[in-house]
Design a protein around this ligand. Sequence first.
Ligand code: PLP
Length: 487
Amino acid sequence: MKNDSLTIFEKSREGRSSFSISKSKIDNIELSNIPAKYLRDQKARLPEVSERDLVSHYVKLSNKNMHVDANFYPLGSCTMKYNPKINEDIAACESFKKMHPLQSDDDLQGILKLIYEFEEFLCDLIGFDVMTLHPAAGAHGEMTALMMAKKYFESKGDEGRHIILVPDSSHGTNPSSAFMCGFDKVVTVKSDENGEIDINDLKEKCSKEVACLMVTNPNTLGIFETRITDIAKIVHDNGALLYGDGANMNALMGITRPGDMGFDFMHLNLHKTFSAPHGGGGPGSGPVGVKEFLKQFLPKPVIVKNKNRFSFKDDQCNTIGAVRAFYGNLSVIVKAFCYIKSLGKKELKRSSMMAVLNARYLYAKLKNIFPVPYDKPCLHEFVMSIKPNDNGVHTVDLAKALIDFGIHPPTVYFPLIVREAIMIEPTETESIETLDDFISIMESIAQDIEKDPKKIKDAPKTTPVMRLDEVGAARKPIVNWFDIETE
Ligand SMILES: Cc1ncc(COP(=O)(O)O)c(C=O)c1O
């Protein structure tokens, strides 16, 4: 229907309305109480539509969206697994929703117990002594951790350590966090021919000026750093700290513990591994676990238990201070807590094993069709690419072509060390049927790349708009209908 393709502004007809407020009620509002600078000087330009058209507008918009509840979403590095709805329901309970952080500790015993037990569970799962749930994202966890590292060296009078080492496969947030925390130099450590940290390069770059090496394990190629204990020794022999970017913990839950590999501190991404929804900049949580010797530097407040009573404590002598208001993103914490409680440690381990199995299944089938940079078994994700000069088709075209099959494009052009990279992470929540469908779709796209490259370069065809000017959309977004009219 022609009407279907119109925006809500184009559907607007003067005088139509979804609801009405009696004029007398409006007249009763005392406008003089509102400072003049907050009053409109002209009527808001809102679409005038019936309730029926309004509902239809929002339902159709939601159907245009790709999301984990409807689509296969193999977004490498981001762990977009299906999130059980029961976690949402529990987090939305009145008792959680109506809680206020300024209530007294006595009023908050239930939630303080939940947080305390959750911290204990996470410590045990990843092998650390204490945990903070303050940080609101993975990157915020990194920043919190590096602030602690800074304070740690200051407290020892070891103040010449101004360098942070990161592998060349690292996530962009790692070097950014280092600069944010005032370390003035980030030095890249090369990967070797197996996609792991090059030990010789690390030895060369590790010095008394280095504060910390940040390692993601498995790394962003989906490859396990097999020499992690040697890496830890090199770093520690130089007096530096080993930081774990634990965003890829979905590969390891219940199987092995980063704390036992030699990491001194590490963040987790609850909004990835522990099944709290994320995306679109929604609330996240990046808890940081530390070994005992770093405990005194944790952000304040911490939660303590004294004879079955829980309370906030904010007088640790060497704390880095507060890194956010109150105590973490509570709804994300509750969702993740429900997830680990409903699965238990044994099933968490099975989730990680299934995540790895699903990725290896796809890898085994797809590596015959698309080139892989490191031909070795992956963990929960893997990276492949497009053959050079494939009829002018690039990774971005392959990603766009997947949209026409109802698949969210995987992460592309990351990690930076792989040319035309495409990074696939199916997660444990997808069935073998979905994976097989994906394989057939990738096979058919590979054939089109050879025989009908224009079809791939013209994709997507099924979306309201085709190729956007992505730089323009990011730098100069036009999100207002009236701006479009005047463009
Ligand atoms: C390896 C890695 N490190 C860090 C981050 C940053 O996490 P966040 O997006 O929550 O800040 C991500 C996010 O995807 C990641 O994949």
